[in-house]
Design a protein around this ligand. Structure first.
Ligand code: CU
Length: 317
């Protein structure tokens, strides 16, 4: 009897992680293409994104994305508890080299690592011409944050071609729907639905590469290099800053302050190493008003090479 109870207890216990992993139920069905730009650089493009809910009905959200490949690539937004099936299509003309997606932060099995067999000992997990590859990700509890995804195979089976433009951003929002932010001088929880715009800035050698996720019109806009960012005074704006390449940077935004996530430490500058990232929220122009607020890398050599842009805050009236 006792043995049976223990056995039932163990069966329930072992089944729990499976329930926990599927309780949210949303599955993102995504098709991305790796393509070559006219400049010779490489880039990812969103071909299709559908979100399937628990009942099995699907919502097509492909219209949120730019219609062309971009650097950085499409920003994929998920919520903790969601799953994704990401199919990559090889669209790099004139090359038979495999191309892949390796993601950071979320959970995946070894066959979704996005590397070649010489590294993972399982399979060549990449798309070949005419032969797409599908990756499965789980944005498990504890994976909220902005994460990079990038190629790990093209042109070099151990390294890939992230430095040629094959990279993008995965944003996993917390299930609670809230994040801490420094607003009106106090650390408080803000609702994600109140964030009007998100600016993604990749710091690559001596250039910022930007993407706006505009939550007002529900569209993504590639901003390309050293962009001018725009917001209305008082809007809640979330920044996601990610490093790429070989250089170490210091991100600085004039006249705004924010908190280092998970702390009460107030910042206006932080360090960004390769593939390191930080996300933070500001209330545009808080305490300082509208203006052509400068943002830049504070490494002098990088500033001298033009690593800068503007955060244009326009008056609310
Ligand atoms: Cu720098």
């Amino acid at each position: 009897m006792l043995k049976n109870i223990l056995f039932i207890g163990w069966a329930v216990f072992t089944a729990l992680p499976a329930f926990a992993a599927t309780d949210s139920g949303k599955t993102h069905l995504i098709t991305l293409k790796a393509a070559r730009l006219d400049s010779g650089q490489l880039a990812y493009q969103m071909l299709s994104h559908k979100i399937r809910d628990e009942s099995g009905s699907e919502q097509n959200v492909t219209g949120r994305y730019a219609k062309e490949p971009s650097i950085p690539g499409p920003a994929i937004v998920m919520t903790e508890g969601d799953k994704a099936e990401v199919t990559l299509v090889h669209g790099i003309e004139g090359s038979n080299d495999p191309v892949s997606i390796h993601v950071h932060g979320v959970h995946y099995k070894i066959d979704s690592d996005g590397t070649m067999k010489i590294l993972n000992k399982v399979a060549d997990e990449a798309a070949f011409p005419g032969k797409p590859y599908t990756y499965k990700w789980t944005a498990a509890p504890g994976t909220a944050g902005a994460w990079p995804y990038h190629d790990h195979t093209f042109g070099n089976p151990k390294l890939g071609a992230e430095d040629k433009g094959l990279y993008g951003t995965l944003i996993v929002n917390p299930k609670s729907g809230q994040i801490p932010a420094l607003i009106d001088g106090k650390i408080q929880q803000v609702d994600l639905k109140d964030i009007k715009r998100e600016f993604i800035l990749w710091m690559h050698e001596t250039t910022f590469w930007g993407m706006e996720v505009n939550n007002i019109v529900n569209r993504q806009v590639p901003l390309w290099t050293n962009p001018t960012l725009g917001a209305r005074e008082g809007e809640l704006v979330r920044f996601h800053v990610i490093g790429l390449g070989t250089a170490f940077h210091t991100f600085h935004l004039h006249a705004h302050r924010w908190i280092q996530p998970g702390t009460t430490h107030i910042l206006d500058t932080f360090n960004v190493g390769p593939i390191q990232r930080e996300s933070f929220v500001v209330k545009a122009g808080e305490g300082v008003g509208p203006g052509h607020w400068h943002y830049h890398c504070h490494v002098l050599q990088h500033m001298q090479s033009g690593m800068m842009g503007a955060f244009m805050v326009v008056g609310s009236k």
